[in-house]
Design a protein around this ligand. Structure first.
Ligand SMILES: [Zn+2]
Length: 306
């Protein structure tokens, strides 16, 4: 059993997770970010105490954060979604709780959930890419999460791939996230439409990534080009990561992974074309098993992977 918390921009979810990765008790509160750090902190304390009441034998709580943590995992260095900078969250929570608090990046939490119970179960080295509004990443080597000397390892989404026509939210140009996220797909299609390219997407002004995948599957040439472009950069990123750390398996999660085999087969082909030793070193690439619970389940199992 374990207690896991997933802090998001709109909601804080928490749960008691059993030995099979199933959430037995679940609680959720709105993230009252506009009320400031102290309010979110007191909501967190209440939520964790309530969960601890159901499972009093627990000695730790794992918390997934959508941001960068310090190398010692004690401080939230940067969390743009919540407007937090250098918040000593571990110390602030442990003052109020009779539990040890462990913090983890939310994409790494998802990577742990997959490694403990999902698509990469039983593999000692795995890399997860989460494709949503942005691109997140998690890296596990020898059953340990990799956070790096400065706490910023596994920020896969900000690897520089090539020059791009718009800048990333982080301020740089050329990040993987600007080629391989839902945002990237939508912006690329809008740019090509503005250049006069013909497409069925023209009929709906506010199309989303799901609509682009539908159009691509129906043979729309712009949508297909956009999906192929996304798969190409993802394949290159996977080949780069393989050349660097050679993990056994990659798993693709986040909202865009809902596109399934249509996306996966393209990513595999692009990866294969860019590997240095393709015959021997092609990693397995699969779709993530978890959908909405990965953050809570992974955070609850963090102590097994650090
Ligand atoms: Zn970036």
């Amino acid at each position: 059993m374990g207690i896991g918390i997933d802090i998001g921009g709109t909601a804080i979810k928490g749960g008691i997770v059993d030995h099979n990765g199933v959430i037995l008790e679940e609680r959720m509160v709105n993230t009252q970010n506009q009320m400031g750090y102290a309010q979110v902190l007191s909501d967190l304390v209440l939520l964790i105490k309530e969960l601890h009441h159901f499972s009093p034998e627990e000695t730790t709580v794992g918390i997934g954060i959508p941001g960068i943590l310090s190398a010692d995992g004690a401080t939230v260095v940067s969390c743009p979604n919540l407007n937090w900078k250098n918040r000593p969250l571990k110390k602030d929570l442990e003052k109020e709780l009779s539990l040890e608090v462990l913090l983890v990046n939310d994409a790494t939490a998802a990577c742990i959930a997959e490694a403990a119970f999902g698509s990469t179960r039983g593999r000692s080295s795995s890399v997860m890419l989460t494709l949503g509004t942005g691109v997140g990443g998690g890296v596990i080597i020898n059953d340990r999460v990799i956070s790096g000397a400065h706490g910023v390892a596994s920020e896969v989404g900000h690897m520089i791939m090539a020059e791009n026509f718009y800048n990333c939210n982080c301020g740089k140009n050329g990040c993987l996230e600007t080629f391989a996220s839902a945002t990237a797909l939508i912006r690329y299609c809008h740019k090509r439409l503005a250049e006069g390219v013909e497409s069925d997407l023209k009929t709906s002004e506010n199309f989303d990534a799901r609509r682009i995948f539908e159009a691509a599957k129906a043979g729309d040439s712009l949508a297909l080009a956009a999906v192929n472009r996304l798969a190409r950069y993802l394949g290159w990123a996977i080949a780069n990561i393989s050349d660097l750390i050679d993990p056994e398996i990659f798993t693709i999660g986040g909202g865009l992974s809902g596109a399934g085999e249509f996306l996966l087969e393209r990513i595999k082909a692009e990866t294969k074309s860019r590997l240095t030793y393709p015959a021997s070193a092609m990693p397995e690439i699969v779709l993530a098993s978890f959908r909405n619970d990965a953050g809570v389940v992974g955070a609850a199992n963090l102590s097994r992977f650090i």
